[in-house]
Ligand binder design. Structure first.
Ligand SMILES: [Mn+2]
Length: 476
């Protein structure tokens, strides 16, 4: 069997064999949309393979979290969507005979250490930030774990949600190893791929809100402008309201109506001077989960991943996992309430940044939200602030927030243009945090760290220096 990602097939088989040898498995996963879908995929695969397991979630897999895991009486631990960056810690416990690790992850591995059952696209020449997510790595493992009489390709739906949750489709579509997973999902009848308007909320948002809140591509007079969005829709030759006068959603329109609306929107964007490169971003590849009900958050992968993030950021991984495992009713209601609350917090957070502004250093900009923005969402707020008039173009944004334990959480966000110019925030966060007694890592375009209280200024100086070096090195 070739598997969805041929480069990983052989190694996935070895990891699967290791899990089959275990009496039972402790599944430990990261708390975010990708981590929850990873856990959904891995736990379904373990169950179908008749391997007893228990699931735990950690926000951060630090020394203390690994020690807690080692203290359980599980001999085999499956880490999903984290573990690679903590190989130095994990292998210490492995060497001491505390547990055998199996890792399905896509983050930068810690250097100078390795373990046998470590499934990570970066080990096989694939890009972990853009080509395969933690859920994707878990899916590859799930395909290797499937029993003779059972096909696990239906789990591709969750793998696509995880990839989109980690923003691996930001270049207009899922590529590389992810594309292989999409193909399997399509073949299994759980994923539909199409070309459509790439605006968030096609399933659930009323048309004026869909357009008003679509700020990835800003269209003057429509984005962030309710009256403007309503006027635009009213002037169109498309019936945007139903028989009761209620606004329709994108999903309620016919194919022709969608096309007419999209064309009018593009004409309007061109007339308003939006650059051609940005206009191209308005339309792209979209992914729909065929087996989910139309008009729900679960039908659209990006709305699904947002729903999961809303459970994760508020310590309700149990709710997010239940939704991934197919529970609807109570779990879905709870998730939707968490999402409404999450939206309110994000909009308050962005408002706070706009009011207080950012401080600009030589090579980066930053804001310290203290306890005004929850540390679990400060990274999203920083990402939302990139590209708005609240921040400067061309340099990354660092955001600080207080953690409950008194330490300081740092989140950083860049853009793919900056990455092309040499930016690697994963290295910035790791090196600058370690220089002040903290730790961090992540991806080139988005990364995070935790540092001791009182070290913010020293951290900023160090990070500013490293970003300066990265951008200068690439220039020559
Ligand atoms: Mn991930």
């Amino acid at each position: 069997m070739d598997g969805p990602v041929p480069e990983l097939t052989e190694h996935a088989a070895a990891c699967a064999a290791r899990l089959r040898d275990a009496d039972r498995v402790l599944l430990a996963s990261h708390i975010d949309a990708d981590g929850l879908t990873s856990a959904g995929i891995a736990s379904t695969a373990l169950e179908r393979a008749d391997i007893p397991f228990e699931t735990v979630f950690c926000r951060q897999l630090d020394e203390a979290a690994v020690a807690d895991i080692a203290a359980t009486d599980y001999d085999t631990v499956l880490f999903t969507d984290f573990g690679s960056g903590q190989l130095d810690i994990i292998t210490k416990y492995e060497a001491a005979g505390d547990f055998h690790p199996v890792i399905a992850d896509h983050h930068q591995p810690a250097e100078g250490v390795e373990t046998d059952h470590h499934l990570n696209p970066l080990r096989f020449g694939l890009n972990g930030a853009s080509e395969l997510s933690g859920a994707g790595a878990s899916y590859v493992l799930a395909r290797a774990l499937e029993p003779e009489d059972r096909d696990n390709r239906d789990l591709a739906a969750l793998a696509v949600v995880g990839a989109v949750g980690d923003m691996q489709d930001t270049n207009g579509e899922l590529r590389g190893a992810n594309a292989g997973i999409v193909d399997e999902g399509v073949a299994a009848g759980v994923v539909e791929e199409g070309t459509d308007l790439r605006i968030y909320g096609r399933q659930t948002r009323a048309l004026p809100k869909l357009l008003q809140y679509a700020t990835d591509v800003r269209i003057p007079g429509i984005s962030n402008n309710e009256a403007g969005a309503i006027e635009f829709l009213t002037e169109l030759d498309v019936p945007c309201r139903d028989d009761d006068g209620e606004w329709k959603r994108w999903v309620d329109l016919t194919g022709d109506e969608r096309q007419a609306l999209a064309s009018a929107l593009i004409r309007r964007a061109i007339a308003s001077g939006v650059p051609a490169s940005r206009i191209d971003d308005l339309v792209g590849t979209t992914y729909v989960l065929s087996r989910e009900q139309e008009g729900t958050e679960l039908r659209d992968v990006s709305e699904f991943s947002t729903l999961l993030n809303a459970t994760a950021r508020y310590d309700r991984a149990d709710v997010g996992l239940a939704v991934c495992l197919g529970e609807r009713d109570a779990a879905l209601d709870r998730a939707r309430r968490l999402l409404r609350n999450h939206r309110k917090n994000l909009s308050n957070g962005l408002q706070w940044v706009k009011e207080h502004g950012v401080r600009v250093e030589d090579n980066l900009q930053w804001f310290d939200a203290g306890d005004e923005i929850r540390e679990t969402i400060v990274g999203i707020v920083a990402g939302m602030a990139v590209g708005t008039d609240a921040t400067r173009n061309g340099i990354p944004v660092l955001a600080f927030a207080e953690k409950e334990d008194g330490e300081v959480k740092v989140s950083s966000r860049g853009s793919y243009v900056m990455v092309r110019d040499g930016l690697d925030l994963s290295a910035v966060m790791r090196e600058a945090s370690r220089a002040v007694g903290g730790d961090g890592g992540g991806h080139d375009v988005a990364a995070g760290a935790t540092i001791p209280k009182g070290k913010v200024e020293a951290f900023i100086a160090e990070a500013d220096r490293i970003v300066g070096e990265q951008l200068a090195e690439d220039a020559d």
